[in-house]
Every structure is written in C-alpha cells, then in structure tokens.
Design a protein around this ligand. Sequence first.
Ligand code: NDP
Ligand code: 2IT
Length: 444
Amino acid sequence: MSYVDEVIAKVIEQNPAEPEFHQAVTEVLESLRPVIEANEEAYKKDALLERIVNPERQFKFRVPWVDDKGQVQVNTGYRVQFNSAIGPYKGGLRFHPSVNLGIIKFLGFEQIFKNSLTGLPIGGGKGGSDFDPKGKSDREVMAFCQSFMTELCKYIGADTDVPAGDIGVGGREIGYMFGQYKRIRGLYEGVLTGKGLTFGGSLVRTEATGYGLLYITEELFKDHGETLEGKTAVVSGAGNVAIYAIQKAHQLGAKVVTCSDSTGWIYDPEGIDVELLKEVKEVKRARLTEYAAARPSAEYHEGRGVWQIPCDVALPCATQNELHLDDAKQLVANGCKAVCEGANMPTTIDATKYLQENGVWFIGGKASNAGGVATSALEMSQNSERLSWTFEEVDKKLKDIMVNIYHNIDDAAKRYGCEGDYVVGANIAGFEKVAEAMTAQGIC
Ligand code: NDP
Ligand code: 2IT
C-alpha cells in the first residue's frame, strides 16, 4: 500500500463518524500523490502526513446560557488548533446546529492549506458551536457569545490563535465576543478579526470573501482570453459570502440570477437586487420569501435548485456538499464554463471530477475563498501597527493576493503535469510551504 493510501485508511479508522473530515483529507492527500511519491521515504520516516492530519490540539467545552424565558440552555463549543507551522492558528467560528467535531476538523484541515496559499503568516484552525443564532433575540445571542468566550478566551490570543466569522457568525457575534474577551483577559488586542470599524476592524473584511472570489474568477477568465462582461452567473447562499460575490460580479459586468437560503431559492432573471438582498438578510435577518415579495421579477421556489438555471459561471457560496453529481451534470448540459467555490467544500468529490472531466474550469474553495482569511491577516497587520488602511489600499492588496493565488496554483499544476487542474495545483502549492516549515522545525 502506498504511503498516501496508508494514511487515508488510518484517518478513516481513527476518526470514525466524521465523513466530512474523511472527505477533506482524501481530496487533499489524493492530489498530493505526485509530490509525496517523489520523496516518499523521507516523508514517511518523518511521519509528515500523520502529523499534518492530526490537529496539534482540540478543545470541546460546555456553553451554558439563559434564554429569554429564563430557561438554561446548554450548547457545545469547539476550537481545533490544527497546524501552527507557518503562523498563529487562524480560522473562523461557525454557529450552526449541524456543527460537530468532524465538521470543525474538516474546516480546520482545509484552513491549513488555504492560509498557506494566501502567502501570509497564518496557521490553520477552526471552531464553533451547535448553537443556532436563527430566531434568537439579540440578548440571547449576546448571552451565548459571552458564555462561549468565557471558555474560549483561555486558549486564544493575538499571537497564538485568532478566530473570525463563518456561518452564523458575523459582525454582531464578533462584537459580543470581543467585548467579553477584553473584559476577562484585560487585553485590548487583535484577538478576533472581522471586528467593527470603531474597534480595530479592517475596511473590506466584510466584503473580502465574495470580492476575492470574483477577483480570482476574473483572473481565470482573463487567463483563458475572456472576461466576465455579459456572463450569466448562478450563486447559492444569501449570507456574507454570497451577498458580496453578487455585488462584485455585477460590478465586473456579469449578471447573477439566483441566490438561496436553507429553505428555498430565488430566480431573478433581471439580476439579483443586492441592496434589497442586504436589507432582507443583513438588516431584517428574514427569509428569501421577503425578497420575492418585494421584487416583481423574482420567482421563489422551495428546496434547492439554483444549479438547474443555465449559466456561464456557478459560484456555490452556502455550505459543504451542496453541489452534487446530478447538479454537475445539469451545469455541463447547460454549457457552464466555470465553477469557483465561495463556500468550503460545497462540491462533492464525484461532482468535482465530473466537472473537470467535462472541461469545466474548477477552482476549489481553498484557493477561491481565501480572500476572507487573507483580509483577516491584513486586519491583524493593521492591529499590530495600530494603524488603519484605506478601503482602496486593502482592496488592492486583496486583489493582488487573489491574482497571485491563481498564478501559483496554475503554475503548481503545470509543474506536476496537470495543467488546468486547479484542485491539484492548490493542494500542492498550499502543502509545499507547510511541509517545508514543518520539516525545518524538527519533529513537533
Ligand atoms: P452566512 O451564515 O453569512 O450565510 C450562510 C448562507 O448559506 C445562508 O444563506 C444560509 O441560509 C445558507 N446555508 C447555511 N447552511 C446551509 C445548509 N445546511 N443548507 C442550505 N443552506 C445553508 O455564512 P457565510 O456566507 O459566511 O459562509 C458561507 C460559506 O462560505 C461557508 O461554507 C463558509 O465556511 C464559507 N466561507 C466563509 C468565509 C467568511 O469570511 N465568512 C470565508 C471563507 C469561506 P440560512 O440563512 O437559511 O441559514
Ligand atoms: O473559512 C474561512 O476561511 C473563514 N471563515 C474566514 C476565516 C478568517 O479567519 O477570516
């Protein structure tokens, strides 16, 4: 059995009932085969792959809080500090009822390679809770966030581990958690990113993941002699990533005709009205039925279905495993040219293979959604120097980072004879830097 197969088998055996973690590890290690096989004996002797698939440490903790009726509720909190070879642990916090250790480990594992691809000094980590912010009052969300941070604050710090947002965690939650950290630790430091602009946040961080996704998509089209001007795009999700992906796609001349949430989806042939979507999702925290009610050109459908709408570009921006083989077949049949992931692991492995085999340009989330964490790292830099940069400065740095990522992953794929396979390219380029740093730092 090859070293790669041995490690994949061990991960599946040693981490039972964590299918998303198995999927993320399998996808990365399968594509590292040529790199590992070129140096198999040395990597195996150093157990490099066993070390990279095992978190440096992980925390699981009780989060008790009191709801508006006076009832005590108990949720579970997690933080997985996966790999600190190239910098302090960095990665978001997800609050969603589906959160469990396996989900946090898959996200933390992906984060190692994503963060490496940004070219900035950040290691990989992730955390969260099975708490569901949906339908909770502001006071309940604050009570939960304060309790969550009361425990988490023991393990994080501006130079050790810097969390941020993810699904269910936006500016409001980061604000409550920052306040509680400061209160308990007595430190005013950049321990979280995605902060409000009045207390150390960076301009562009809110927009960064969606904007970054479009910057890399634009570079991909440019490299193939095309532009996004006049293209039709379908987007899933209606949260932070989706909203700013739609906004930037429109600025670049494309028309986005769909978005979705966990109950239904919108088809709006006139193009999604971003201001209305922001009002419905960011201000009212309401369902997409409200968007449809306010927009005569929009159709609302229950369930899932955005991938059936003909498009040139598909941008999955909601959650993991939301684009399946059947959806991939539909996209190919409709002439879709490119799929770039805004979410983490939204495309199943068989759907990814089908898209690639049928000539669709496919960029995986590690590369294409790295703009969010990259801008978080820029927020850390600004906090360290106690200065704030202008919108234009941060936006330019973000764009440069995304253009660089595109060329790095494209070059890595070419170096290993897999031209056009941006999944292989991203995994290899991300891995090389981490592996070199781990090797240089000895067995740890
Ligand atoms: P938000 O919470 O802002 O939005 C998530 C969106 O996805 C909502 O529209 C939500 O619908 C929908 N959604 C969530 N879970 C499901 C589900 N199980 N089934 C169907 N729809 C679902 O999160 P973000 O926009 O921040 O995150 C979206 C994706 O992007 C995630 O994969 C995240 O890991 C990834 N990402 C986020 C980054 C960031 O900076 N925020 C950076 C890089 C990646 P509803 O409102 O009904 O729940
Ligand atoms: O998945 C991700 O990269 C994020 N949720 C953003 C992490 C961060 O630290 O900004």
